[in-house]
Design a protein around this ligand. Structure first.
Ligand code: COA
Length: 249
């Protein structure tokens, strides 16, 4: 199954979801979010044992497409971006990611919902929401300080400091650092291994680990309200336009 910018293929009980818009550093459009949301939502029904996020090109993802944010900011709760975020929290299918290059915004916050994260030395995690006049999403206002501590989350969020691969591993954001040439096969092998394990035990384990799922949904609802307000603010529109002005300069 192929849709613009996202490729979805099932093999050996593993759903391989590839961010496939390398010329734009895999920046996520509304159509890509819709494909991602569908890929997660249907995984349990399709008896998928593990879902692997991977990316083509030199970046994992540059985060939300900033043109889309300017021109068609997400509205209703059923907006594809929000459906994707809900899917990340609600699925009982283990989520695995292979990351090389920049993982910006949702590119980092989606990983907080992954069960295994493999990263190449080039991986660089950034959450520049404030610099864009925005607020954190994907429950990262709760999960990031919980995972890496309030002080380090402060550097990432308030100072916009990137977290490199080594630091991300030390911080517990990454399961394992892998040489670039081995990244894809390492992540695929892990996904196949998880998919081959007793399916119901895997899903029950994930449910137990996600016992605070409703609290995360509540956090996302708070964030979504603030995020929508921020998206149409003068601060955000100026910051996002500046990204494209810089590119043209
Ligand atoms: N939305 C839309 N287009 C984007 C984009 C985004 N988030 N990120 C990159 N692109 C586009 C660029 O405009 C450029 O397009 P062009 O070739 O038509 O000029 C192309 O992708 C390549 O980007 P470029 O910035 O030249 O690549 P780079 O390797 O120098 O830097 C990044 C890669 C990811 C570090 C940088 O593109 C970046 O910071 N992007 C914005 C990230 C962001 O703020 N995301 C929102 C988070 S909420």
């Amino acid at each position: 199954m192929i849709s613009l910018g996202i490729t979805v293929e099932d093999h050996d009980g593993v759903r391989h979801v590839t961010l496939d818009r390398p010329d734009k550093k895999n920046a996520l459009t509304v159509a890509m979010y819709a494909a991602l949301a569908d890929a997660i939502a249907s995984a349990e029904r399709d008896d998928i044992g593990a879902l692997l996020f991977q990316a083509r090109g030199t970046a994992f993802t540059a985060g939300n497409d900033l043109h889309d944010f300017l021109e068609q900011p997400p509205h209703g709760d059923d907006a594809p971006a929000f459906r994707f975020l809900q899917g990340l929290v609600r699925t009982d299918v283990p989520l695995i990611a292979a990351v090389r290059g920049p993982a910006v915004g949702i590119g980092t916050t989606m990983l907080l919902h992954c069960d295994l994260v493999f990263a190449a030395p080039s991986a660089l995690f950034k959450v520049p929401f404030i610099d864009l006049g925005l607020v954190p999403e994907a429950a990262s206002s709760v999960l990031l300080p919980r995972r890496i501590g309030r002080a380090r989350a402060g550097a990432a969020l308030f100072l916009g400091e990137p977290i490199d691969a080594q630091q991300a591993y030390a911080d517990g954001l990454v399961t394992k650092l892998v040489a670039d040439a081995e990244l894809d096969e390492t992540a695929r092998a892990a996904a196949r291994a998880v998919a081959a394990k007793p399916r119901q035990a895997v899903r029950e384990t994930k449910r137990l680990m996600n016992h605070d799922r409703e609290a995360l949904i509540d956090a996302m609802a708070r964030e979504t309200k603030a995020f929508r307000e921020r998206l149409v603010s003068d601060e955000a529109r100026a910051a996002m336009s500046a990204f494209f002005d810089r590119a043209r300069a």
